[in-house]
Write a protein that binds this ligand. Structure first.
Ligand code: LLP
Length: 382
């Protein structure tokens, strides 16, 4: 077999659909949990990567917390049973309604991204007679060496508090009776495959922790965000090297005895557990190009159109991956960017063949849209 996708149960399902390998998800979660437990690290799952109910249930069951970026995600995390004491709420633009909802549910912590947001949370918590736990999301100006659209930790990005605003931040924290400062938070980008980037992040985290300590704050929580990448070129049974990843933080963070280290992993946990399965509608053999036109498009999987992202494409109706013809693999949407891959080498392909777009567990189903009034995308589970 050239792929670990078993086509038998899939051949009669209506396409397109996301196909979930829940046992691979389980294996991935276990490996991550075991590696984190070695150092007593805390993992919050970044729900934005995938909020499919079955996926969330598995992640909740393993005991991870949830990293949410909207009121909707906070509600969903609570509904699925995530412990409210393990829910963090990040986001550069939390609305008053979302802040109030999170306060009512006594979540673990707000990751706060500006001085003004601190003032608003203080005021809203005060109106409820509560104290909100907050961590300051700091923009550390560390390059993640990833696609520029998914880089978040540089001075030019909108995320977090820049270093020059930290004195104002400390001042506001000291004057805010309804805020409890618990620590500092970072997230420098996504799909990070060069682990040295995280060493650079650790150096900055250490510096900022000292900065707060020198001003009389106790930094209980070091939240280093997520971003660990996956291998899109090798989708079969590729579980990220969680051991190596966590070891970097253990080795390079100057952790105080009572300090906790928190992570917000998304893609690394769910990226490989799903493929988008689509049927070939038409094959057009042009003079310069051969086109495969699928029944899935950018409305079902946005990443290639949005970030020129690579997803391995396989014709799973064939028994071999003896690739003999080059095709541009495109969707049915009326947009030229609705293209999953150019000059993709595949076996000779015909109408009705099933095509798998691999590694779509993260930022796949969740980013689907109704553009062109397309049907809701379905999910099938192994
Ligand atoms: N924490 C924060 C504050 C975040 O903004 C993100 C992702 C994560 C954690 C989780 O990052 P991960 O471990 O999944 O890399 N739609 C893009 C990715 C956007 C990531 C947004 N933030 C894509 O399809 O590549």
């Amino acid at each position: 077999m050239f792929t670990n996708i078993d086509i038998t149960p899939l051949s009669n399902a209506e396409t397109p659909f996301y196909y979930y390998d829940l046992s691979l998800l389980q294996e991935t979660l276990k490996k991550c949990a075991n590696a984190a437990n070695l150092y007593n690290f805390h993992v919050h799952y970044a729900m934005k990567a995938n909020f499919n109910q079955r996926v969330l249930e598995k992640i909740q069951a393993i005991g991870f917390g949830a990293d949410c970026v909207s009121g909707g995600e906070v509600s969903k995390a609570l509904e699925v049973g995530f412990d409210k004491g393990k829910i963090v709420f990040a986001g550069v633009g939390k609305s008053d309604k979302e802040i109030n909802g999170a306060l009512d549910n006594d979540i673990f912590c707000f990751n706060v991204e500006s001085v003004q947001e601190l003032e608003v949370i203080n005021e809203l918590a005060g109106l409820k007679g509560k104290r909100a736990r907050v961590a300051i999301r700091i923009n550390p100006n560390v390059d993640a060496y990833t696609h520029h659209n998914i880089t978040t930790g540089l001075d030019e990005n909108k995320f977090g508090v820049n270093s020059w605003d930290l004195p104002a931040c400390a001042e506001t924290l000291k004057n805010s009776a309804n805020l409890e400062f618990i620590g500092i938070h970072f997230h420098i980008g996504s799909q990070i495959t060069n682990l040295d980037v995280y060493k650079n992040l650790c150096v900055r985290v250490n510096e900022f922790a000292v900065w707060f300590e020198e001003r009389g704050f106790t930094v209980k929580v070091l939240n280093v965000g997520g971003g660990l990448g996956i291998d899109y070129h090798n989708p079969d049974h590729q579980i990220p090297d969680f051991e190596a990843y966590f070891k970097i933080f253990n080795d390079f963070l100057e952790k105080r005895p009572n300090q906790e280290v928190h992570f917000e992993l998304g893609r690394a946990l769910v990226g490989q557990c799903s493929s988008l399965i689509s049927k070939v509608l038409y094959v057009k053999n042009g003079k310069k190009k051969n086109f495969i036109i699928l029944d899935a498009g950018m409305t079902e999987l946005m990443r290639p159109a949005l970030y020129q992202a690579y997803h391995k494409i396989q014709n799973i109706s064939k028994l071999t991956d003896l690739n003999e013809v080059k095709y541009d693999v495109v969707g049915p949407i009326c947009e030229s960017t609705d293209c999953f891959g150019k000059e993709v080498e595949l076996p000779e392909t015909f109408r009705g063949d099933l095509i798998a777009l691999r590694s779509t567990g993260a930022y796949g189903e969740v980013m689907a849209s109704h553009y062109n009034l397309r049907d809701e995308i379905r999910a099938v589970y192994s």
